[in-house]
Write a protein that binds this ligand. Structure first.
Ligand SMILES: [Zn+2]
Length: 96
């Protein structure tokens, strides 16, 4: 009896946590640490936001000129007194 109840509780808690799928183990291509992501985030590549951003920074020599242009644009707006909010995404600054 008691065993059954425990099994049921376990099943319920698994289904609440994400369709009973187990967390996925991945290796961060940047810092090489092994991390777990839950099933719904299994497409995640890096262990953390900072690894993601840092790796993109190091990997974006090709984009450098482009990024520089954006940075100049943002800086100019800022100097003209415009409030500037930028989000760093996919190797460039996206204005929001
Ligand atoms: Zn990492």
């Amino acid at each position: 009896m008691r065993y059954n109840q425990l099994e049921i509780n376990k099943k319920i808690s698994e289904s609440l946590k994400g369709s009973g799928n187990k967390p996925v183990k991945k290796e961060c291509p940047f810092c090489k640490s092994v991390f777990e992501v839950n099933w719904r985030k299994r497409d995640q590549t890096f262990c953390s936001r900072s690894c993601n951003i840092t790796s993109r920074n190091l990997d974006s020599k090709l984009n450098e000129k482009h990024r520089l242009n954006i940075s100049i644009g943002v800086s100019n707006s800022y100097r003209r007194g415009k409030k500037v909010y930028g989000v760093y995404l996919s190797g460039m600054i996206i204005m929001v």
